[in-house]
Design a protein around this ligand. Structure first.
Ligand code: HDE
Length: 724
């Protein structure tokens, strides 16, 4: 009998995933071309023919292999979250979390755990735009020394539905309509709102999706949430409930809806490019992992049910404890092999973490493996390099399509004596996983818990917690989306749902739709999704808090311009000092400043210096940037004033509430803009509006940097609309 020698797996986690991927990477630099079977290819330009003008011969194994492989290059795209962008990185805990969990990657602050993170939109196809109004997926795979742990979360802390059985309905409703496959990557159509208006439990999530959270400025500036309540288990077997949060160090920021729509045309890869470029530039995105820990004895303490995924735990009730940091520091080498083939699973957990009975999570536990079987072609998707854990895998699973491992020996079953009993089961002390022994004594029923019936109070809490501009954006978003709905009855039903959330909100949306708000308060009369009114009645409980600051983006990080993109509009004759001093100052603060001129190539400054142009007005658009600066120089200003695209650039930047700075000499150009009247105000009023004009370069720079860090001056939207 084989001797059992090791009890604990020892893994060097630093760079473990890099080493683990290395044998699978392929670099053709300096190599000669071969077939898939290793035969050197002498001619990759011409197929084998009967004479130079003759027909192609079936014998040509090189052509057949190449075309056959090409014909099969696509795999089914993910049914949801098809469009994604990913990066490698590391996670490090700040201090041991042993009090709450025995998970090894949360014990030792010196250990770096490799991670792979994939961000995604939900509804659109693989080739759709990054800037669709949508939830963003935020899926993290930790390659821990105890196996893979995945937090497969979103950038919003709640979900549309309470029970997994409704997921196919939700997705069918939001995806393009089946008769004509319209619209792509958009919820602004009849089937989505038809479903939502009949599902009052979605009210809270709908508020999030109609808010600016659905239009992130960058994937690097989004929060992430595990959504469901999970369990942490410590080495004594004690369990606590936990909600996972990712808090971006750059803060949470969004773009304007009109801007999002423009970006979708100008650069549908806006988020993907931004993430890729930031990592290539060494601006590594960072998030802190936060946990809300709820003692098991507090399970029934709140007015909401911890198992209900349409509810969040307000940070005022349970603060978020920041326990570690994740840094994304390496782009994938190959999009398909890594980003496309990565397979996340909410069921990938490690000892020290466990599930709860959240009925949405329970359904997900089945779905993720099931979908990979089709998408990745069989049961061996865990052997694809990006999915492999950094620890060795030993079990009696065998065979199947594309099996990579060559298992040795005679035995593939347990118990066995012929293989010496190997592989052994691991005892608890050896790190073997055991499920939390939760007591369950229940009747088998198809029912919704009554503690899930409050469908509106947190929707109201969310709305009430927003700043005025954020509220206005929600009103506009609902007006836009419902304005695209053709069926009058659906719009009216939605107005009735909104009425339960906030009367002012419902009234404003009704106004925009040219409709009346429904006369009846239909609380407790909402259409029962399951046709059993007695079992399924919406109600609204009294929330223990009126507002929650964490739900608004207004108070987010606003003290840095790191990684922000600033456009500098210039032409021949630009004043050297007013260009270079501000450009250098912005760069020193970690921002990128790009010179945009009427034409590509170079411009000559007033002092005759040659300055390289980054983009022409034809290639660039204001929606690609966070702020605009126009330096002085009479000829440059005159040249720009003659360019309608330059005026449009400024108008649009103003419309999207971005900081705009200009040297005093630029007045001639600014006169042509729609915001020219604003320039007559005093300095304080202008600064409050994000307009920084001056000739003292030191002050101009400092004020501009402060303004860019504010992200946006949403109050501009209150006054005259800019027809940019
Ligand atoms: Fe998913 N989800 N989901 N989901 N989900 C998938 O798995 C599913 C849900 C989430 O970047 C699919 O591999 C069901 C909530 C992310 O690869 C699929 C239910 C949350 C990703 C699937 C949910 C998520 C997915 C499609 C309700 C936030 C992208 C491809 C019971 C907590 C992961 C795949 C990536 C992907 C099923 C609900 C997040 C079909 C059945 C709630 C971030 O298996």
């Amino acid at each position: 009998m084989a001797k059992k020698t090791t009890t604990k797996r020892v893994v060097n986690t630093v760079n473990a995933k890099v080493q683990n991927l290395a044998p699978h990477t392929e670099d053709s630099t300096g190599q000669m071309m071969t077939t898939d079977h290793g035969v050197l290819i002498n001619d990759d330009q011409n197929s084998l023919k009967a004479g130079p003008r003759g027909s192609t011969l079936l014998e040509d194994f090189i052509l057949r292999e190449k075309i056959t492989h090409f014909d099969h290059e696509r795999i089914p795209e993910r049914i949801v979250h098809a469009r994604g962008s990913a990066a490698h990185g590391v996670f490090q805990v700040y201090e041991s979390m042993a009090k709450y969990t025995k998970a090894s990657f949360l014990q030792d602050p010196s250990v770096q755990t490799p991670v792979f993170v994939r961000f995604s939109t939900v509804a659109g196809s693989r080739g759709s735009s990054d800037l669709a109004r949508d939830v963003r997926g935020f899926a993290v795979k930790f390659y821990t020394e105890e196996g893979n742990f995945d937090i497969v979360g979103n950038n919003m802390p709640v979900f549309f539905i309470q029970d997994a059985i409704k997921f196919p309905d939700l997705i069918h409703a939001v995806k393009p309509e089946p008769h004509n496959e319209i619209p792509q990557a958009a919820s602004a159509h009849d089937t989505f709102w038809d479903f939502i208006s009949l599902m009052p439990e979605s009210a809270h999530m709908v508020m999030w999706v109609m808010s600016d959270r659905a239009l992130p400025r960058s994937l690097r500036m989004m929060e992430g949430f595990g959504v469901h309540t999970f369990r942490l288990i410590n080495s004594q077997g004690k369990s606590s409930f936990v909600k996972f949060h990712w808090k971006p160090l750059l803060g949470v920021h969004s773009v304007a809806w009109d801007e999002a729509q423009n970006i979708s045309g100008k650069d549908p890869d806006f988020h993907r490019r931004d993430l890729y470029d930031a990592i290539e530039n060494g601006d590594f995105p960072e998030w802190e992992l936060g946990v809300q820990i709820i003692p098991e004895e507090d399970e029934n303490k709140y007015e909401f049910d911890l198992l209900d995924p349409t509810k969040l735990v307000p940070e005022e009730l349970v603060p978020v404890m920041k326990i570690g940091k994740m840094t994304l520091n390496r782009n994938p080498d190959n999009f398909f092999a890594e980003t496309e083939q990565v397979a996340f699973h909410v069921g990938n957990i490690v000892p020290g973490i466990d599930f709860t009975n959240d009925p949405l999570m329970q359904g997900r536990l089945f779905s993720y493996t099931d979908t990979q079987l089709t998408r990745l072609g069989g049961p061996n998707f865990h052997e694809i390099p990006i999915n492999r854990p950094i620890v060795n895998v030993h079990n009696n699973q065998r065979d199947g399509h594309m099996r990579q491992i060559i298992n040795k020996g005679q035995v593939s079953y347990s118990p066995n004596s012929l293989g010496g009993g190997c592989p052994f089961q691991a005892g608890v002390m050896e790190g073997g996983f055991t499920s939390y022994t939760e007591k369950i004594d229940a009747k088998k029923v198809r029912e919704r818990s009554k503690s899930f019936f409050d469908h509106y109070s947190q929707a109201t809490l969310f709305y009430n917690s927003q700043s005025e501009p954020e509220k206005a954006h929600i009103v506009n978003a609902l007006s836009f989306e419902l304005g695209n709905v053709k069926t009058q009855a659906v719009r009216e039903r939605m107005l009735a749902v909104l009425l339960q959330i906030d009367k002012g909100l419902a009234t404003q949306v009704a106004n925009a739709l040219g409709a009346e708000i429904p006369k009846i308060e239909f609380l407790n009369q909402s259409i029962p999704a399951d046709g059993k009114p007695a079992n399924y009645q919406s109600k609204k409980v009294k929330s223990s808090i009126a507002t929650s600051a964490a739900l608004s983006m207004a108070g987010t990080v606003k003290d840095t311009i790191k990684t922000r993109k600033i456009a500098i509009l210039a032409a021949n004759g630009v004043d050297d000092k007013s260009l270079t001093s501000i450009k250098d100052a912005l760069t020193a603060e970690g921002a990128t400043a790009e010179i945009i001129a009427p034409k590509l190539g170079n411009i000559q400054s007033a002092a005759n210096a040659t300055i390289a142009v980054g983009k022409s007005l034809l290639n660039a658009a204001s929606v690609m940037y966070d702020a605009v600066y126009v330096p002085g120089g009479a000829n440059s200003v005159a040249a720009l004033a003659a360019e309608p695209d330059a005026i449009h650039f400024l108008n649009e930047a103003y419309k999207h509430c971005k900081a705009i700075a200009a040297h005093t000499q630029v007045a001639e150009l600014l006169r042509y803009t729609y915001f020219s009247k604003k320039l007559d105000a005093d300095e304080e009023t202008m600064h409050a509006d994000g307009l920084i004009i001056g000739d003292n370069l030191k002050e101009l720079t400092a004020d501009f940097i402060t303004a860019i860090a504010q992200h946006r001056f949403w109050d501009r939207e209150k006054s005259r609309k800019v027809p940019a």
